[in-house]
Design a protein around this ligand. Sequence first.
Ligand code: SF4
Length: 358
Amino acid sequence: MAPTVTSSRAASLDETRSMMHERLKGVVPEIEIEAKVELAHAINVRKRKMNAVILGHNYMEPALYHSVPDYVGDSLQLASIAAETDADVIVFCGVWFMGETAKVLNPSKTVLVPSDKAGCSLAEGITAEDIKRLKERFPGAVVVTYVNTYASAKAESDYCCTSGNADKVIGKLLEQGHTRILFLPDAYLAANTAAQMGVPYLDSESDAAAFDAVAPDQPLVIGWRAKCEVHELFTPEDVDNIRRQYPDAVILAHPECSPEVIAKVDVSGSTKAMVDYVRDVDAPCYALFTECAMGDNLAAEFPHRNMIRACTLRCKHMNFITLEDTLAGLEKLQYKVALAPDLIERARLPIERMIAIR
Ligand code: SF4
């Protein structure tokens, strides 16, 4: 885990100011830090009063990421924290499906997401009805859904996974002898993971002849058509451009990027894998093909590392989460994640399986 200890240490306004300047110097202009110090302090005071815990996804903007979360990380790390916390209130500074996952894992807690607009093109790219139809079409297939789905889709699944453990989940299913694996909904993550595992991949809309060509006892990953609206925009030409300008750069890409991009970069990995790589592996400079707040957050966390911070792509959903809305969320207890008990019950097992497979 990568817990931030800063917010709990910074009890007074002055301590919050020092902490933010220290952590964000060289990354965020001082006037922006000054504009946000009082907000961050107010959030931390209220958080402690309410016995709330704030979880911050790696894609949060730097001033938020480095000031109010008690824990930061990727979906898998934060889901594990949410499952175990004894705080009364969980504030998920991330997108809506992440709040739902926290609620499923710890249903007695009040779970807040600071914006009700923070969706995700992947979560919106498949419904429970779509999955029911796929199960009818591919009877006997085991269903793996990416964590970037709503609870109603998870409830129709056998396993969930994140980009951090997709290979391990698929590996486990192969060990168990499954030969038809529906890996939903991200077409690129499914294709990239299948390639990594040496398993053929077909889109679920492929011709019957393509399916007939794969013997029933041969493993096959079957995908869906959804994509991350951010990562799908990176192109192989972008990789070439970075290499031309920064020949020494190590290029890291999230596996929600296309297989053509993944084939050209140096490292493919989840946001946690990127954090670990930048922390642990010396390189002249690093370029990240993912939501651009990551580059800023790593530049602040590892000031001795040279991050190429080309902010070309932002996730509008992640950017709905602001310090202002986080404070409003705590003050007004909004926006509460509410899920029906039977939905929580059905979605829990695939999520727990995801957390158990590291
Ligand atoms: S970056 Fe992509 S996968 Fe992540 S929340 Fe935004 S749209 Fe969804």
